[in-house]
Design a protein. Structure first.
Length: 272
């Protein structure tokens, strides 16, 4: 059985889906037409060092293991793996629309997906990079992004909101957002070039970077993403406030595991 969650999980709801465990945002769980989850590393078939619900073939795990893990994740939310659409995740800010015709595939050269079609399971993979989940209950549209430091610097969260406005006529004020578990400012030290890029590009970028006595700069990706969402007009934002590097018992962390890691999954779909 997965270990009990520490007290830092208080902003998320932990649910068991058979052998799998996932965390749900309270604000998104309030919408019955929506299915979503940020899945832990538990309940899969991958051996160490990817144990056990690894969703990435790029880690060195076998394709058959990853396929079975994806099948289990999809089934936990009531879907078949052929219903899932994922992205190539190139650490950019491109957003692509995922319709029913894209199911079972991986859309190229993008890190964010949107859809307004029931039965399309948007799926992303993470190992420190924040998941960003969006739902518009008025237009019944969803979005999901993988927002690493490069994507955050390029404002992928804002691009996600804009794409839903353009494609579906969404009003950002109607949207509900969740920022999932990711490496926290407690652990995420970055080079001067990265920290200075945020300070130079954003008026409040200095608020996301903390210089500490050890001589390093620490970046708060989740706070940067929340600020970008608010700048785009989103008002209802829920933060997981959970560091993956501090909780490798439940999540993969490229930084904490010296890149000998798998990738956990985030998923969202409109109920078919």
């Amino acid at each position: 059985m997965p270990p009990a969650p520490p007290s830092g999980f208080s902003r998320l709801i932990r649910q068991n889906h058979g052998r799998l465990a996932a965390f749900h945002f309270k604000s998104l769980d309030a919408h019955s037409a929506l299915r979503h989850g940020i899945f832990t590393r538990h309940g899969g078939v991958s051996p160490a060092p990817w144990a056990s619900l690894n969703l990435s073939r790029a880690t060195g795990d076998s394709a058959s293991n990853v396929a079975e893990n994806q099948r289990r994740l999809a089934a936990a939310l009531g879907f078949h793996p052929r219903d899932a659409v994922t992205s190539s995740q190139v650490h950019g800010n491109t957003v692509r629309r995922a319709g029913r015709d894209a199911r079972g595939g991986r859309l190229p050269d993008c890190d964010a997906l949107i859809s307004n079609e029931p039965g399309v399971l948007l799926l992303q993979r993470h190992a420190d990079c924040p998941p960003v989940v969006l739902y518009d209950p008025v237009r019944r549209a969803i979005g999901l992004a993988h927002s690493g430091w490069r994507g955050t610097l390029a404002n992928i969260a804002g691009e996600l909101v804009q794409a839903m406005q353009e494609e579906y006529g969404s009003n950002p004020a109607d949207m509900v957002a969740g920022i999932g578990p990711a490496i926290g400012a407690c652990c995420y030290h970055v080079g001067n070039e990265v920290s200075q890029s945020f300070v130079d590009r954003y008026a409040h970028g200095h608020a996301w970077v903390e210089a500490r006595a050890d001589g390093r700069a620490y970046l708060n990706l989740a706070h940067a993403i929340e600020a970008q969402l608010r700048e785009a007009g989103v008002r209802a934002i829920e933060q997981a406030e959970l560091c993956t590097a501090c909780h490798v018992d439940d999540f993969y962390s490229a930084r904490a595991e010296n890149r000998l890691n798998g990738c956990f999954g985030s998923a969202i779909a409109l109920d078919g």
